[in-house]
Design a protein around this ligand. Sequence first.
Ligand SMILES: [Zn+2]
Ligand SMILES: [Zn+2]
Length: 146
Amino acid sequence: MTPTHTPPLPVTGRCHCGAVQLRALVDASRVFVCHCTDCQVLTGSAYRVVVPAVAGSCEVTGPVSRYARRADSGAVRYQVFCPTCGTPLMATGADAQGLATLRVGVLDQRAALAPVAQLWQRSALPWVQDLRDVPGCAQQELLQAR
Ligand SMILES: [Zn+2]
Ligand SMILES: [Zn+2]
């Protein structure tokens, strides 16, 4: 696909416990949902939402842990997460200064980062596109009703 060019967007983010903070420039025209099974397991959820940081723009403050994942292609990607709370922060190549793919959920600007494409739909969970029809509530009132 040919993304429309948009100027890099400054973003800030933090892990759940606050020990790790990050800032970066991202390409907001390249926000992707990934339905691959790695993303399902590594997020503990149905899918992951990611955005690439502009190369070299990502600054991380605080201690992080890395988990090396070898893709089917043979390439190694490092899953970077907070060692205290486990929040997934980004994936990088072997070179930490290279391409970083940020996890949109940790970014303060996440509401503005709407996906432009869904990857790996062949492993998407069968119910994931139908959430609009599932009863909802503003907070968790429906839990009491059940
Ligand atoms: Zn943390
Ligand atoms: Zn994925």
